[in-house]
Design a protein. Sequence first.
Length: 153
Amino acid sequence: MSRISVRAVLVSLGGAAVIGGVAVAGMASATAPAQPAVDNASARFVAPSGDTRGAFTFAADVADDSGIEKLTVLAWPKASGLDVTAEEMERVEEDAVCERVDDEKSTCAYTLRITEREAAEMERGEWKVSALLTARDGGKRFVPEAATVTLDF
């Protein structure tokens, strides 16, 4: 199957857009777990205004005893009825930027800039955000509803 471009999905689905991303989070948990963990997840949407682009952001602390390879995030309108799976998340092309706290823990961040035109096509209301964490040893943790965010601009 082909890889999913977050921006391509956003533009092609219009009102039922799916967006992805991750932004700055707090400190990683004190002890890294044996299995991948996603903690302190949060999401935020800032609408574009005038010449300033808006942004969808998601943030999380992540940990695994083997270290972190990547964190992938995908968001969509809750009312759309979509139910993303871990396998579909693996096809998302964009990953968060993760800043290593130590050998096992990272703070991950992603921001997807949104134009006024893109925002106009986005469905208002509550959005679900899913996260897929991949550890260096290949372990994975899928969190179907890591956070929610409301688009009410």
